[in-house]
Write a protein that binds this ligand. Structure first.
Ligand SMILES: [Zn+2]
Length: 274
């Protein structure tokens, strides 16, 4: 499932392909992926608009358009947005095609169809459910140890679950949560409020390092994720604990363990993470 580094990579790879491009036509092959407005209005309102710039908020990709509109993509499990240079045949599970000038196109492909596209006025962005409730961006310079400490204070839920709660911090999913807790040496099962100041500062540093490394490696391609040009990332080669149950901890050699936390698989080192 694409998390912050994957959506950021998609944004960065699509930006040079899409910026200043005019959307000539939109074909919707599976209306169920259009969350708002209806599929006909979606196509009609998009035709003729120019893409001004791309942005990201949490795991949402924002494609800003002329005339104060914004196309919002939430890729969820298996959604892909891929730029296609020429007249390539439609891949299986292509649900929407945004045709640009010169035969180029942006295609929304999603095998499991959990991804959603919204077309809204810029003014409505702040009221869009999901987007509206997002917590702060962990890579924002304002997200310092004090900001993280304020989020954790008083919360008895395990720290891992707090990191996954999009309303508290935006963009973190199962893979990066496990990696950042390992990098910080913190047991994922600990109540969030039990972290002392020094641990909060360590975790905040680990969050930023792990997310920035994910972006530098163009995202983690374990299952379906590809970037905006259809290429896989390489961060899966750098994961320390995620998906490595039973293998030696890269720091101490002890076998890594897996537990369920809030219904999610959680990978950690029982010796290094306290
Ligand atoms: Zn270890």
């Amino acid at each position: 499932m694409p998390e912050l580094p994957e959506v950021e990579t998609i944004k960065r790879t699509l930006t040079p392909c899409l910026q200043e491009q005019k959307i000539a036509r939109v074909e919707v092959y599976h209306p169920g992926v259009i969350a708002a407005p209806g599929p006909e209005a979606f196509s009609r309102l998009l035709a003729g608009r120019v893409i001004t710039y791309l942005d990201r908020r949490g795991k949402y990709l924002l494609v800003h358009l002329s005339g104060e509109y914004c196309l919002v993509a939430h890729l969820r499990m298996t959604g892909r947005l891929v730029f296609i240079e020429g007249a390539a045949p439609l891949a299986n599970h292509t649900h929407v095609v945004f045709s640009l000038a010169g035969g180029r196109s942006l295609r929304f492909v999603d095998t499991r169809r959990f991804g959603r596209l919204y077309l809204v006025g810029e003014a409505e962005l702040e009221t869009l459910p999901g987007l509206r409730d997002l917590g702060p961006e962990p890579l924002d310079p304002a997200f310092d140890a004090r900001a993280l400490g304020a989020i954790l204070a008083g919360r008895r839920r395990p720290i891992k679950q707090v990191l996954l709660d999009q309303r508290l911090v935006a963009g973190i999913g199962n893979i990066y949560a496990d990696e950042m807790l390992f990098a910080a040496g913190i047991d994922p099962r600990r109540p969030a409020a039990s972290l002392n100041q020094e641990e909060v500062a360590r975790l905040r540093g680990a969050m930023q390092r792990v997310l920035e490394q994910g972006i530098a490696n163009h995202g983690t391609s374990i299952r379906d994720y590809v970037d905006g040009s259809g290429r896989q990332g390489s961060n899966q080669e750098h994961l320390q604990v995620y998906g490595r149950t039973g293998r030696p901890c890269p720091r101490c050699g002890q076998p890594l363990e897996r537990v369920r936390l809030g219904g999610r698989s959680t990978h950690f080192c029982p010796r290094c993470q306290v």
